[in-house]
Design a binder for this molecule. Structure first.
Ligand SMILES: [Zn+2]
Length: 250
């Protein structure tokens, strides 16, 4: 009898442009690429913005070699789900600072791309539900929070007036939702089934990263991770495997 109150709402569909902003190459692929594949299938435009090039992500590879490799992997993984525009802000991997510089960079991108939907990754302290959850990384917390803030900054001409005077970026107050993937308090979900196979291929494009991360066979590791998450969300989405989001309306 209480199960209906526990169900996740379907993601909004009355939008045309989305901007997805995360800290690292692979964040969107672990988080929500199946939903992105379905969105671009529907003729929607999705742009990726990465705060870093993930240059601190592979223990055996120094940042100078790692950055271009991970950038290339990110562009390939975006292409698999229909995303052709991938931008990088060049904040430093692992030590991204939450603050006005980060908010300004993200607000500028929101003004350039004029999205109705902005997507990011879990900004909360932990991943798991309640006590015992894994501690989130400082980069994810900083970027997620700055994205939520920048959605409003982008619409106010008096916050970061230099974006207008120096870059000609007029305010964009058209962000209607910020959707946070990987949140342990989701409100909405997208059907993962149409995009699930491509989400596996998309995450697999981060092959150098994954091979350094695990001894498991990469495709089996990726498939297990993504299908397990989608099936876990199904319990709250009418039994359909899903990508869940915590949606903040604006
Ligand atoms: Zn990350």
């Amino acid at each position: 009898m209480t199960e209906h109150t526990d169900q996740l709402e379907p993601m909004p569909t009355d939008w045309q442009r989305a901007l997805a902003v995360v800290a690292h190459p692979d964040d969107l692929e672990y988080g929500c690429a199946a939903a992105v594949a379905d969105w671009t299938d529907g003729g929607r435009e999705v742009v990726y913005l990465l705060a870093t090039r993930g240059e601190a992500g592979i223990d055996t590879l120094g940042p100078a070699e790692c950055a271009p490799l991970r950038e290339a992997e990110q562009r390939a993984s975006a292409a698999v789900v229909g995303v052709s525009t991938v931008e990088f802000l060049d904040h430093r991997d692992g030590v991204i600072e939450y603050g006005v510089d980060l908010r300004r960079d993200i607000a500028a991108a929101i003004r350039r791309h004029r999205p109705e939907l902005v997507v990011t990754l879990n900004h909360r302290d932990t991943w798991g539900p309640g006590p015992g959850g894994y501690w989130n990384t400082p980069d994810h917390r900083a970027v997620g929070r700055a994205v939520l803030d920048a959605a409003a900054d982008a619409g106010n001409r008096w916050i970061f007036p230099e974006l207008i005077s120096e870059q000609g970026l007029e305010p964009w107050n058209g962000v209607r939702w910020v959707a946070v993937a990987g949140s342990h308090t989701p409100t909405h979900a997208a059907d993962a089934r149409p995009g699930l196979e491509r989400s596996v291929k998309s995450l697999l494009e981060h092959r150098a990263y994954i091979e350094a991360l695990t001894d498991e066979e990469p495709e089996s590791y990726v498939r297990t991770f993504l299908t397990t998450n989608a099936e876990r969300a199904a319990a709250r989405f009418g039994g359909r495997p899903a990508v869940s989001f915590e949606v903040f309306p604006r």
